[in-house]
Design a protein around this ligand. Structure first.
Ligand SMILES: Nc1ncnc2c1ncn2[C@@H]1O[C@H](COP(=O)(O)OP(=O)(O)OP(=O)(O)O)[C@@H](O)[C@H]1O
Ligand SMILES: [Mg+2]
Length: 343
């Protein structure tokens, strides 16, 4: 079931010198039960986009179809009502520090004027659900970052939203707490039958959680695909840069002097990840293959690996490429510059 359809959304900020097209014509949709990832480097426009989705920021143009209506066309009163159907969680939790855990979770129910008795029950169910019953009367300052984010999740769920918007919800957490929060989000989607728009600059997070992922750059979605395909054959340098992460085994700082041959990024599926395909191809087609970089990513669907290679003094390069394709390898040609900068 379709939860959200965004069409050609735009938001421009007028600055002194120039206009900033923070969101520059974005379209996508999110289904029930889906965790849709929006990933991009700092300044790509992710937060602006997500703030437009629940009209915290008024878009300049475009459509936001949610619950049968186009939110972008509604007045404040309708927007306020519909915003209750979209929970939101943030990087810095945004809890009320002077309120207890239970009062934080109760807050949206109180603002919406819900019955006190029913609210109390709901609050305790939710606190129980996030595993923090012992802390119901505690203040946020007494909680770890991961626990605070769980409280924020409970608060976001208080009004039974259909959609959860998550903007860098794990960016301020250590790896252990990140994992805890991610598995909670995964569980929430299952238990509450909602959808999530998950914004992150960490491919690791998208990898662990998302089905489909959109890559944003300069206010645009430049590439959208399921995670596995994105890892197998990323079309854009920005995507490759995000996939590569920071701790890749190889660095290509001097790549421009390494090779004069054609450079390819080879994406391997789980079956071929651990097969000695490269040495076979090299022997069979008489090509010298220089390995410039590589990594294996563990996805929920299985292992996906990549190698960046150049063909040196190639024998039958065409034949080799054809054989690679026939063995299920995804090929993306790279320029030397791409290879040096982004891989
Ligand atoms: N209120 C504002 N006024 C002016 N410019 C803004 C405003 N909000 C965002 N911008 C600009 O819009 C662009 C996109 O910003 P945005 O915060 O949406 O990016 P982001 O992808 O969320 O980045 P990050 O990963 O750092 O959170 C940036 O150039 C930013 O400076
Ligand atoms: Mg942001």
């Amino acid at each position: 079931m379709r939860l959200l359809t965004v069409k050609n959304l735009r938001k421009t900020f007028a600055q002194e010198k120039e206009a900033i097209h923070a969101v520059n014509g974005v379209s996508f949709h999110v289904d029930k039960g889906e965790i849709y990832g929006l990933i991009g480097l700092s300044g790509a426009g992710k937060s602006t986009l997500v703030r437009c989705l629940n009209l915290l920021e008024r878009p300049d143009s475009g459509e936001i179809w949610f619950d049968g209506i186009d939110l972008a066309k509604q007045n404040e009163a309708v927007v306020r009502e519909k915003r209750r159907e979209m929970g939101m969680i943030f990087q810095h939790f945004n809890l009320f520090m002077r309120k207890t855990v239970e009062d934080n979770v109760a807050y949206p129910l109180r603002i919406a004027g819900r019955d006190r008795h029913a609210s109390k029950k709901r609050v305790h169910e939710l606190i129980d659900y996030i595993g923090l019953s012992k802390y119901a009367r505690a203040y946020p300052a007494e909680l770890s970052g991961g626990q605070k984010q769980r409280v924020a999740i409970a608060r976001a769920l208080a009004l039974n939203p259909k959609l959860l918007l998550s903007d860098e919800a794990t960016s301020a957490l250590d790896p252990v707490n990140t994992e805890l929060v991610l598995s909670m989000l995964r569980q929430v989607v299952k238990d509450f039958g909602i959808g999530i728009v998950l914004i992150t600059h960490q491919m690791e997070v998208a990898k662990a959680l998302c089905g489909r992922v959109a890559v944003m750059e300069n206010g645009l979605i430049i590439e959208e695909n399921n995670v596995e395909t994105l890892f197998l054959s990323p079309k854009h340098a920005a995507t490759r840069r995000l996939i590569r992460g920071v701790e890749d085994a190889f660095s290509l700082k001097h790549g421009e002097t390494i090779t004069t041959g054609n450079i390819y990024r080879l994406g391997f599926r789980r079956e071929s990840v651990r097969r000695p395909l490269i040495s076979y191809i090299s022997r069979e087609y008489n090509v010298d293959i220089n390995i410039l970089a590589g990594d294996i990513n563990v996805l929920q669907t299985g292992d996906v690996g990549y190698l960046v290679v150049s063909f040196e003094d190639a024998g039958d390069e065409e034949g080799a490429l054809k054989a690679l394709r026939e063995n299920g390898v995804e090929l993306v040609p790279l320029t030397a510059e791409d290879a040096v900068n982004h891989l």
